[in-house]
Design a binder for this molecule. Structure first.
Ligand SMILES: [Zn+2]
Length: 114
């Protein structure tokens, strides 16, 4: 019998290093292609480590369409729930130049001229 994965919360707490100065929990395990931490939850699904931190560790609720983002200077790897908050996708898009593109900004109706 193959050994089952350890509990996701246990693995979460084994997957970061605490920065003593900033109190940031810097993810030291698997990263996704954007450089964000990720881990397998108890269902075996890969989930965002920051999302996991907010929901499973801090017991917070992230509304649909919202994402976990950090409010510290620790960068993408920080998974300390005290340093994380949830924001709507549009706020994230506004924070990232170039993200979201300008494709939808051009409304054909707005170009209508007589
Ligand atoms: Zn932090």
């Amino acid at each position: 019998m193959a050994r089952k994965y350890a509990d996701a919360t246990t693995r979460f707490h084994e997957s970061y290093e605490v920065d003593k100065k900033t109190k940031c929990w810097l993810w030291a395990c698997s990263l996704d292609t954007n450089g964000y931490g990720r881990l397998r939850n108890n269902d075996g699904r890969l989930v965002s480590a920051r999302r996991f931190a907010l929901i499973e560790i801090a017991g917070k609720f992230i509304p649909p369409g919202y994402s976990a983002t950090q409010i510290c200077t620790g960068g993408r790897q920080c998974v300390n729930p005290d340093h994380l908050t949830s924001v709507s996708g549009s706020v994230i898009a506004a924070k990232r130049p170039g993200y979201g593109g300008s494709r939808s900004a051009v409304d054909p109706a707005a170009r209508r001229q007589s």
